[in-house]
Design a protein around this ligand. Structure first.
Ligand code: CA2
Length: 155
């Protein structure tokens, strides 16, 4: 088996509107695009010996399907963990909460902005109670920090 084949997967999931990163609201989310974030994650995963699977969807059900897929990878011993920026679904989605609960996956909830320094409706998360760790406010560099954190949780 090659080193690449032995690497576990870091599944990085991005929710609604994150495809617009770098095109609007740079004061909140910065100027980097989602493609830049993927490149940042690829570098971090290479550093930590993880295989990157990076995705974005504007559809709640597709995110649910991907979390089920993560559960299968976890059961097969192939998943390092999931880094989830669920976007606005963070604050609304019982479906994402239920999809994560009971899977046994290591999931890091991530936000680019400091959601606690923003509107009150962003202060509640349906993801946090079923996440291993939560991080926010580091800008897009938070993704690289989360990959490092995931690798550390594996070690
Ligand atoms: O800070 C984060 O990463 C958020 O998850 C981003 C979500 C927001 O609803 C959460 O409260 C916090 C919004 C993602 C939308 O991203 C855009 C980026 C650029 C331009 C427009 C939207």
């Amino acid at each position: 088996m090659t080193a690449q084949e032995m690497n576990k997967t870091a599944l990085i999931l991005n929710g609604p509107n994150l495809n617009l990163l770098g095109t609007r609201e740079p004061a909140v989310y910065g100027a980097h695009t989602l493609a830049d974030v993927e490149a940042l994650c690829a570098k971090a995963c290479a550093t930590h010996g993880l295989t990157l699977d990076f995705r974005q969807s504007n559809h709640e059900g597709e995110l649910v399907d991907w979390l089920h897929e993560a559960g299968g990878l976890h059961a097969a011993g192939k998943l390092a963990g999931v880094i989830l920026n669920a976007g606005a679904y963070t604050h609304t989605s019982v479906a994402l909460h239920d999809a994560i609960k009971g899977t046994g996956i290591t999931l890091i909830e991530l936000h680019i902005s400091n959601v606690f320094a923003r509107e009150a409706f962003r202060h509640h998360s349906y993801i946090s109670p079923v996440a291993k760790a939560v991080m926010c406010g580091f800008g897009v560099n938070g993704y690289a920090l989360a990959v490092a954190g995931l690798a550390q949780l594996q070690a």
